[in-house]
Design a protein around this ligand. Structure first.
Ligand SMILES: [Mg+2]
Length: 348
């Protein structure tokens, strides 16, 4: 997991920019009908017929958004794609293409960039999206990676943050909080490694939460699942900063309040165990820890019967009138104001 990054290998200068681009993009076959021209001309050409196109971009900076001492480059490439696909899913759209731009310093040999693009390729393959362009340039310090994702959606299927109505149910996919605790375990092992580099940690008992941090997945399956169940969300967002922050985004955009129930939060047993080990309150982490990349959405109360037995979906609260405010209802039935702390705030 923790490896020596100073092995000197093929320098990027030997290849030149065009040589590098040719080299790293050679294993990306076109998979989408809408991609008329991908890499290889001045611009890509796409044909989305009569569908609406959604676009989302993220910029990741070494030392700010990721730490290469425990984030393998292959995982970084994969995750950089996934977090953008998650935003496309949050619009109830289907991701189709990405562009990837990187800036690298000369401390990275070609083999490191190959690892990064192997992760990008795995994500493209797994989610059937096309890499259709990007840019590579040099950086004086670390690694920067910017991904733009495109997706398509029928006009009548788009879901915004602003559509939640009073009495709608608040639903989340999967479970939450684990990615944050995975990061805590990795940070702790990094400190141990810095003191004793020969001590390779046994992380078996943390496998699920570490995977949630290092290899998150975008919920591209939910659009199809909801269509099968004949449910259209009234509002939707993906969980990148923690659900309390995301719920507040929906409430603000929809001019509503909400009640979130502590006892309803979907938590993995490994997550609960590790919170205890770290002496952290699992509810606080679950609602403020980020990077789960689950989907949070609201549905009409009339649709409850359609979703109630589904193992992927958990009702965690409901939407109220705006003047009732936004609250967390604890197990003891205490009403606490819901605050957007975000996962960064947890470390302060
Ligand atoms: Mg988002």
């Amino acid at each position: 997991m923790l490896e020596n990054k100073n092995q000197n290998k093929t320098s990027l200068a030997q290849l030149g920019e065009f040589g590098l681009i040719n080299h790293i993009t050679q294993n990306f076959p076109v998979q989408q009908k809408s991609t008329l021209k991908g890499i290889g001309d001045d611009a890509a050409v796409l044909d989305f017929k009569s569908k609406n196109v959604v676009v989302s971009t993220d910029l990741l900076v070494e030392g700010v958004h990721f730490d290469l001492s425990y984030m393998p480059l292959k995982h970084l490439g994969y995750k950089a794609v996934v977090v953008n696909l998650s935003d496309i899913c949050a619009m109830n759209a289907r991701p189709t293409q990405i562009t990837v731009s990187i800036a690298v310093s000369n401390r990275f040999p070609l083999e490191a960039i190959e690892e990064l693009y192997e992760g990008i390729r795995l994500a493209c393959n797994s989610y059937k999206v096309d890499l259709i362009g990007g840019d590579t340039t040099s950086s004086t310090t670390g690694l920067l990676i910017s991904v733009t994702a495109l997706g398509v959606v029928k006009k009548e299927e788009i879901v915004y943050r602003s559509g939640a109505k009073e009495n709608d149910l608040l639903v989340v996919t999967g479970d939450i909080g684990s990615a944050y605790m995975g990061l805590q375990v990795l940070e702790r092992e990094k400190q141990v490694f810095l003191v004793n580099p020969n001590n390779q940690p046994d992380l078996e008992e943390y496998s699920y939460i570490i995977e949630r941090q290092l290899k998150p997945e975008a919920r591209t399956d939910i659009k199809e699942l909801l269509e099968k169940l004949d449910v259209k969300p009234t509002a939707m967002i993906d969980v990148s900063d923690g659900i309390s922050s995301e719920i507040l985004h929906i409430c603000k955009a929809s001019n509503t309040g909400c009640n979130l129930y502590e006892e309803k939060l979907p938590l993995d047993p490994q997550f609960i165990n590790v919170c205890e080990e770290f002496n952290l309150d699992s509810t606080t982490i679950a609602i403020n820890g980020g990077e789960d990349y689950e989907l949070l959405f609201t549905i009409s109360m009339n649709d409850f019967e359609k979703i109630k037995a589904n193992p992927h979906l958990t009702v965690i609260g409901h939407i109220t009138a705006e003047n009732e405010g936004t609250h967390l209802i604890t197990r003891e039935n205490t009403k606490l104001p819901l605050k957007a702390r975000g996962w960064n705030a947890l470390t302060e």
